[in-house]
Design a protein around this ligand. Structure first.
Ligand SMILES: Nc1ncnc2c1ncn2[C@@H]1O[C@H](COP(=O)(O)OP(=O)(O)O)[C@@H](O)[C@H]1O
Ligand SMILES: O=C(O)[C@@H](CO)OP(=O)(O)O
Ligand SMILES: [Mg+2]
Length: 417
C-alpha cells in the first residue's frame, strides 16, 4: 500500500501538521481575552516570541503601551506595530542578548504597582534573555554555557547553573518588575513543564539552590573561577508575590496531534512516551527495536502502526562533527533499521532547528545506512564523530523546515507498514 517515497511523505506531513497545531498563536488568542488586561507593557522572550507577540497584538492592540520582542537570529518575521524587535545569540548568549535585556530592564524599572508586564515566554529564553550577575562577565557565561551544552547535562541541570549566575533568571526578573505585576503566558519545551526550568524561569520562584548548581558543575567536571563561585553562592528568590502564569502549550499537545493525524490516515497509533530523555543514540536504537517488534511480531501494535515519542534527549558531544540530538537519534536508528522495508523514522525539533545546524532533524528508513555504505562511507564512524548532519545529508535523510516560530521540544514518529 505504501512505497518508500509515499511513506516518507506521509511521515513528514504528520510531523509538519502536528507542529502547526502547536503554533502559539491560537493558544495566545484563546487565553488573553480571559485575563482582563489593560495598558500593559509586553515583553516576549524565546524562540516563539515573535509569533506570541504578534498574536497578543492582534488581541490587545492599543492596550499594549510598549512592546519588546527578543528572539533568536532568523526567528522574527517583520514589524509588529512599533514594538522593538531584537534578535540575539542561541544557544550561547551574545552582546545582543545583553543589549535587549538591558532595554527590557530599563522599561520595567519605571513601573509602579498599578502596572502589568505581559510576559510571553518560550524556550530559548535562557540564551536570549540574560544580564550576568554582578562580578560575572558575558565571556564567562559563554564559556560555561558551551561546556555545559556539550557535557550531556540535562536542561534542568544546565539551567540550575544559569539561574545562579544571572540578574534575570530564577525569578529575579519578576523580583525586578515588583511592585508591578507579571502576567505570563508560557510555552513549554521542558519535560514535566517545570516553570522554574523553562527559559530558566525568569518569573517563577527557583526550586534549585546554590549547592545544587555547584554539584552540577562538579558532576560534569567543569571548573569555575572564584568570582563565578561567589555569584553562585548568592541564592535565587524562593517566593514571589507578583506573578500569575498560564501554560499554553507543551510536548503532550504535539504528540496528541500526531496520534490523531496518524489515526486519520488509518494507522494504529500510540504515544509511547512524552518524556524521552536518555542519550540520543540510545533512544534511536531502542525506538528502532520497538519498530522491529511491530514489523515482525505485530506487537505492541498491529501494522500499519505509528509509534509516537515526545521528549528531549541529550548528547555527550565528543567528536568534532556537526549535528543535533534529533539527527543523532535518527542516524542511530538508521543503523539499527538497515535493510528493513516498510519502516520510517522521523525525529524533529519542533522549533525547526536541531543543534547548530540548518536542519530540524532526520528522516531515515531501511535504505539510509545502505546508501551510505554504497558510497564507501561508514555510518558508525559518523555517529562516533557526532557528525550526524553530514551522514544524513549524504544519504538524503535531513529534515529541513526552517524556524517554525514555536518550540515544544522534540517529536519522534515511527511508521511501520
Ligand atoms: N555535533 C553534534 N551532534 C549532536 N548534538 C550536538 C552536536 N553539537 C551540539 N549538539 C547538541 O545540540 C544541543 C543544542 O541544540 P538545540 O537544537 O539548539 O537545542 P534546543 O532546541 O534545546 O535549544 C546541545 O545541547 C548539544 O548537546
Ligand atoms: O531556554 C532554555 O532554557 C531552554 C529550555 O526552555 O530552551 P532551549 O533548549 O530552546 O534553549
Ligand atoms: Mg531545549
Amino acid at each position: 500500500m505504501f512505497d518508500p517515497e509515499s511513506l516518507k511523505k506521509l511521515a513528514i506531513e504528520i510531523v509538519k501538521k502536528s507542529i502547526e497545531a502547536v503554533f502559539p498563536d491560537r493558544a495566545v488568542k484563546e487565553t488573553l481575552p480571559k485575563l482582563n488586561l489593560d495598558r500593559v507593557i509586553l515583553v516576549a522572550v524565546g524562540k516563539a516570541a515573535w509569533r506570541m507577540a504578534k498574536a497578543a497584538y492582534e488581541v490587545l492592540g492599543e492596550k499594549i503601551r510598549k512592546g519588546v520582542v527578543v528572539t533568536k537570529y532568523g526567528h522574527s518575521e517583520g514589524l509588529i506595530d512599533d514594538f522593538e524587535i531584537y534578535e540575539a545569540g542561541h544557544p550561547v548568549p551574545d552582546e545582543n542578548t545583553i543589549k535587549a535585556t538591558e532595554r527590557v530592564l530599563e522599561l520595567v524599572d519605571q513601573l509602579n504597582e498599578n502596572d502589568t508586564v505581559l510576559f510571553l515566554l518560550s524556550g530559548g529564553g535562557s540564551s536570549l534573555f540574560e544580564l550576568p550577575a554582578e562580578g560575572v562577565s558575558l565571556e564567562e557565561i559563554q564559556k560555561l554555557t558551551s561546556a555545559l551544552l556539550k557535557s550531556g547535562a540535562s536542561i534542568e541541570e544546565i539551567n540550575t547553573v544559569r539561574k545562579h549566575l544571572s540578574q534575570v533568571k530564577g525569578g529575579r526578573f519578576a523580583e525586578r518588575v515588583f511592585p508591578a505585576k507579571v502576567v505570563a503566558l508560557v510555552l513549554s519545551d521542558v519535560l514535566g513543564d517545570r516553570l522554574d526550568v523553562i527559559a530558566s524561569g525568569p518569573a517563577w520562584p527557583d526550586n534549585s539552590t546554590s549547592e545544587d548548581a555547584l554539584k552540577v558543575l562538579e558532576r560534569y567536571g567543569i571548573e569555575i573561577s572564584e568570582s563565578v563561585k561567589r555569584a553562585i553562592l548568592r541564592e535565587t528568590p524562593k517566593h514571589l508575590s507578583n506573578v500569575e502564569i498560564d501554560l499554553i502549550g507543551n510536548v503532550q499537545k504535539v504528540c496528541d496531534e500526531a496520534k490523531k493525524l496518524a489515526k486519520e490516515k488509518g494507522f494504529n497509533a500510540e504515544i509511547i512516551t512524552t518524556s524521552l530523555d536518555c542519550e540520543a543514540r540510545e533512544a534511536g536504537r531502542f525506538i528502532a527495536s520497538i519498530m522491529k517488534e511491530v514489523k515482525f511480531k505485530d506487537r505492541p501494535l498491529k501494522k500499519p502502526a505509528a509509534l509516537i515519542f515526545g521528549g528531549e534527549t541529550v548528547v555527550h558531544v565528543k567528536g568534532n562533527g556537526i549535528g543535533g540530538r534529533n539527527q543523532e537519534l535518527a542516524l542511530s536508528a538508521a543503523i539499527a533499521l538497515e535493510g528493513i522495508e516498510g519502516v520510517i523514522l522521523c525525529s524533529a525539533g519542533t522549533d525547526g532547528t536541531d543543534g547548530p545546524t540548518d536542519a530540524a532533524g532526520g528522516i531515515v528508513d531501511g535504505s539510509t545506512a545502505k546508501t551510505l555504505k554504497a558510497m564507501g562511507e561508514d555510518p558508525y564512524q559518523y555517529l562516533e564523530n557526532n557528525d550526524s548532519y553530514n551522514a544524513l545529508k549524504k544519504s538524503g535523510a535531513l529534515l529541513i523546515t526552517g524556524p517554525t516560530g514555536t518550540n515544544v521540544n522534540d517529536l519522534i514518529i515511527g511508521l511501520i507498514v
